[in-house]
Design a protein around this ligand. Structure first.
Ligand code: DX5
Ligand code: ZN
Length: 218
């Protein structure tokens, strides 16, 4: 599987979002962090901004919903045209039903786990999802330090995907930069979210290609 890079617009200039999506041409997905101030202490953007973004870019939009009650809200992001909609297992009441509805609305269904959430209890559930998003920082803020311990979960998922028991794309989110991407790639990540490492660079598109090359070499 080719390495994929999903730049997070959390680190972009929110007053110039359309331009900021153009600055990351070459990205595989565009990662959009939706935070509600309840599931996580921070508050970002919601459906109206995601709809506007969908109109302004051809890059497949990867919605990461850090919200309470995704059972109620996630479907609208899928119906709006998001390519991948990820919900948190810690927040979803009926994740199986949610995955089914997201797929029926034409989106990939993603399941995310926080750094302290174990993977094992959800392996059966994951057979109904397309993406596993392993958080490598506590969700809520960009620019935090990578937590290497979560890579054990990546290794477990990689083994199960390689043996055919799981079919998920393995995505990692938080603290990914030129150094940490190597360990994450070695552990078996397919898709790398990067906020500060991309938008903090002088040339975000070039930063994406540099991250991609590093991951491919690892
Ligand atoms: C954190 C978000 C991340 C964040 C990553 O809760 O889910 O997507 O934007 O930012 P960096 O790459 O700066 O850690
Ligand atoms: Zn995210």
């Amino acid at each position: 599987m080719a390495v994929q890079i999903s730049p997070s617009i959390l680190a972009a200039d929110f007053a110039r979002l359309a331009e900021e999506t153009r600055a990351v041409h070459g990205a595989d997905w565009l990662h959009v962090d939706v935070m509600d101030g309840h599931f996580v202490p921070n508050l970002t953007i919601g459906l109206p901004v995601v709809k506007a973004l969908l109109k302004s870019t051809d890059i497949p939009v990867d919605c990461h919903l850090m919200i309470d009650d995704p059972d109620r809200w996630a479907i609208e992001y899928a119906e709006a045209g998001a390519y991948n909609v990820t919900v948190h297992v810690e927040a979803a009441a009926e994740p199986f039903k949610l995955a089914k509805n997201l797929r029926a609305a034409g989106a990939r269904a993603g399941l995310s786990i926080k750094p302290d959430t174990p993977l094992e209890p959800y392996l059966e559930l994951l057979t109904h999802f397309d993406t596993l998003l392993v958080m490598s920082v506590e969700p809520g803020f960009g620019g935090q330090e990578f937590i290497p311990e979560v890579l054990d979960k990546v290794r477990t998922a990689r083994r199960l995907v390689d043996s055919g028991e799981l079919r998920v794309l393995i995505e990692i989110d938080g603290g990914i930069n030129a150094e940490t991407i190597e360990q994450a790639a070695e552990a078996g990540v397919d898709c790398f979210v990067a906020g500060s490492a991309v938008y903090g660079a002088a040339d975000p598109a070039e930063a994406i290609e540099r991250l991609r090359r590093t991951a491919e070499r690892s």
